[in-house]
Design a protein around this ligand. Structure first.
Ligand code: SF4
Length: 591
């Protein structure tokens, strides 16, 4: 009784074999679960020189010990793999109820190697693991795939995580979609599934998830529930969804617009969370055991679906100069159906728009062209026309046409919806993220804009490396635990440590939890260094280093790499080239 399901399934798709083994105690203590399990398995199983889209790559689905234990917002699972987009070890998390059901099916993790000779899907069914022929669902969208698998097994309670047609076509900016609308995004895990001829992972489970100390856990649950309920950010997320950020970020002149050419969008109000609520919104939706319910169900003109969340709203909106909310929502729905990563897809179209406007490529699309955006997105989803090139993301497209500097990416992954020129700490988080351009491996927007846990000056560089390191390590631990990152607006490391101790029976304090997070971060960094992804990639696109912002309070600012990176490496116990020292690895017991 330690909140774990107790078993890990190892699948070899080439041989068609399954082995089930107990979850090792040392793995639980040193890496907790979720992202920690994923990065450890990748390190142990993936050789340095392999092709990410070959049978040599490995894909890990893993929940955390707090997933599915009834703790508010304890709903997450992670998908880890070697990214075909960035070449980094990536771990992407998603909510819904899939992670909970995977545990109730009896598994903490599923480790998938090899390549099936023909399309298959995997079914975890109350302790049993089976492979099924997927000929009937190959080529189907994510919602069709989900419905058909539920029909085949005559059970609507089965939960499905799958790829869409874009993953089958090996687009490097694809994700895995669970329960039709929840995306484990960034880095191209959908293409890895496609390369393995694996269409879906389906789960059905009724097994009990027993925790170490029910009474103690109930006390901590009660405490953290009160903290989340009292939190103003959680309330705003419930009322307006994540798109509540549109107006806030725009008012701070850090909303990237027209492929980061400016940071203020005139049409922001039209695509804001407030406007979503007044127009296309039907009702909120939450993941398993969520008391915040930041999800949005939309319903307009016969179109229903979920979203748009803040990031897709921005990527197809301000970043493309578009203020038509319905077109943005349609684009978001296309991404869900085809399994495209919405941030990368929108940002890649924004890159195309700038290339076209500057005459670097002959194409009729321009900023603000909503119809053109939807047409190009459909081509990307199916790899037709110019979509054949765009389906591999902005960096490869812009480089092929002679202008890699117009890809707003880090480690070839498109940046999200915050301009780092007016956010020095967040810029450092982008540059040093171990999975490429990303905002959720250290959400520095929390202190630099939202004032949680305290308000920092976003233009200041002093002390930012320490803040970024703390956020990175804490986030890695949260991602390992199975908790939603949005809890971090209200909770601190002591809260997570208390939850972990009560649920697992393994004694954690705040320092011990942070140490696990630091171990995961360093292991992910080492994985990348082994593949030649080093210091030269810890930077931002040239525009953000050299072209100052032109408006508002951050006018005149660029991102100050030199003031931040050296101190960050030193704080991490890395050498001047960003390589973890022997002493650091010994301290973290990494081998
Ligand atoms: S806050 Fe949002 S993302 Fe997090 S668990 Fe709740 S509904 Fe899911």
């Amino acid at each position: 009784m330690d909140a774990y399901a107790g078993n890990i399934a190892y699948i070899d798709l080439t041989a068609g074999t399954v082995k089930v083994k107990p979850t090792p105690a040392s793995l639980k203590e040193d890496y907790i679960g979720g992202r920690g399990f994923g990065i450890r398995f990748l390190t142990d199983m993936v050789l340095p020189d392999i092709d990410p889209l070959s049978e040599d790559n490995v894909l890990v689905f893993a929940s955390g010990p707090l997933t599915g234990t009834g703790i508010p917002l304890g709903s997450r699972y992670e998908i880890s793999t070697l990214s075909p987009l960035t070449g980094c070890a990536i771990s992407s998390n998603s909510g819904g109820v899939f992670g909970w059901k995977m545990k109730k099916a009896g598994f903490d993790a599923v480790v998938i190697a090899g390549k099936a000779p023909r399309p298959v899907y995997l079914f975890l069914d109350n302790g049993e693991v089976s492979l099924y022929d997927a000929a009937e669902i190959w080529g189907k969208t994510t919602s069709e795939t989900t419905d058909i698998i539920q029909q085949i097994h005559d059970d609507k309670k089965i939960r499905v995580a799958c790829i869409g047609p874009s993953g089958e076509k090996l687009s490097l900016i694809t994700c895995v979609i669970n329960e039709k609308y929840r995306a484990a995004g960034r880095g191209g895990s959908g293409a890895v599934m496609g390369s393995k001829n694996l269409k879906a992972l389906a789960v059905r489970g009724e097994q009990e998830i027993a925790v170490a100390d029910d009474d103690k856990l109930n006390l901590v649950k009660d405490r953290i529930r009160k903290k989340i309920e009292a939190d103003g950010i959680a309330q705003a997320l419930h009322d307006y969804g994540t798109a509540v950020l549109v107006n806030i970020i725009n008012e701070n002149y850090i909303l990237p617009t027209n492929n980061f050419q400016s940071a203020h969008f005139e049409g922001a109000e039209k695509v804001s969370g407030e406007t979503i609520k007044e127009t296309i919104f039907k009702k909120p939706k939450g993941c398993y055991a969520c008391i915040v319910q930041c999800g949005r169900i939309h319903d307009f003109e016969g179109i229903t679906g979920e979203g748009p969340e803040y990031e897709p709203d921005w990527a197809f909106g301000p970043d493309c100069g578009i203020d038509d909310l319905k077109s943005i929502t349609l684009a978001n729905n296309i991404c869900n159906e085809y399994g495209l990563d919405a941030v990368s897809a929108g940002a890649t179209i924004a890159c195309l728009m700038e290339m076209a406007e500057k005459g670097y490529i002959t194409h009729p699309i321009r900023f603000g062209d909503a119809e053109g955006m939807l047409a190009v997105l459909r081509q990307m989803a199916t790899r037709e026309g110019i979509g054949e090139e765009l389906a591999d993301g902005s960096y490869r497209f812009a480089e092929r046409h002679g202008h890699p500097e117009l890809s707003m990416s880090v480690k070839k992954q498109e940046l999200p919806a915050y301009d780092p020129r007016g956010l020095q700490g967040h810029g450092l988080a982008y540059a040093t993220s171990v999975r490429g351009g990303d905002h959720v491996y250290a959400y520095m927007i929390s202190p630099e804009v939202l004032g949680a846990p305290e308000k920092l000056d976003p233009y200041e560089t002093v002390n930012k490396p320490e803040w970024v390191k703390t956020f990175q390590d804490l986030t890695a631990a949260i991602d390992a635990s199975g908790m939603c990152l949005f809890t971090s607006f209200a909770l601190d490391a002591d809260d997570y440590a208390d939850l972990m101790t009560a649920a697992t029976g393994i004694r954690f304090d705040a320092a011990g939890l942070m140490k696990v997070g630091e171990r995961i971060w360093n292991l992910q960094k080492l994985f990348n260094l082994d593949r030649g992804i080093g210091m030269e990639t810890d930077t931002l696109p040239p525009r953000l280093l050299a072209e100052p912002l032109q408006e508002g309070a951050p006018k005149g600012m660029v991102w100050k790499r030199d003031e931040l990176l050296k101190e960050y490496y030193a704080l991490r116990g890395w050498d001047e080239k960003g390589v973890p020292t022997t002493e650091k690895l010994k301290e973290l017991a990494i081998h």
